[in-house]
Unconditional design. Sequence first.
Length: 329
Amino acid sequence: MATIKDVAATAGVSVGTVSKVLSGDPTVKPALQTRVRDAVTQLGYRPNLAARALRTNMVNVIGLVVPDISNPYFAQLAKAIETEAAVRDHMVMLANSHDDKPTEHRQIMALLDRTPRGIIVCAVSDEVSDRYVTDTAIVSVDRRLSDYSLISTDHAEGSAQIADHLFGLGHRRIAYIAGPQDTFVGRARLAGFQSRIDALRQRDPAVELTIHNGHFGYQSGEDIARTIFAAPAAQRVTAIAAANDQLAIGVLRCARDLQIEVPAQVSVTGFDDIDLASLVVPRLTSFQQPMDQLAKRSIAAIFDCKAGSADVLLQGTLMVRSSSGAAQI
């Protein structure tokens, strides 16, 4: 990795001149500025880090990268993390990756250039990539970033509790709308639900499960629900479990448009328990993630970060509301 001395040697100037150019000092002659910038480009030098951070007061900042800040779950998570950071007299610098892996990488690199106290990442996907060459603490929350330690709700257990809930209400024809399978969250929630249904089938072989692959969005839930509801009424599922609340709210919207009564004709459940879950009609049964604890443990991990720290799984709570009811036999 190139150093400021390498840049100075390549440009044929002093280290002090390089520092002035990088800090935007207008007193440096234009010709020297050009030589320094050309050397920076040639060497791939990234202005570093600790001294620059002290000059710009970035040492009391924590970076946060999320896939989609318009997603209510990530907005609530960001707020909880910001609140917890403030307890430690730190601010949060938020970056949106727009559900795009290259953008996520650029955002992380941009934050690293500013040398924050640490970076919390809710990853687009958990594909394994090279670790960042930095002393800055990096932790994953909710969705794993490569092989960095993860603070997360026990998604599999949450989905299993939803399966138990629907089975206990008498539902035997159940559909599950899964989230993206390139994320830890999507896979864990599907695995937890499917595994519990398999176990329940030992008690009642009549249990049927159909799985539909979706994305974590309202429209995906609505589109898949239209496919599910196209089946003849006598063969239609009596319950739909969605991998997150946005999918579930999309299902509710489709049911309303098709005049299918919830929960009289079909029960609907979500996951996350975003604020909107208790505002829609009917109010949505959902598995509540412990948002405050996710924030507390993530911030604590930044301050206490050790290489190879173990993952942390937190327990959530099933919130039973009026969107789920007894199956109509």
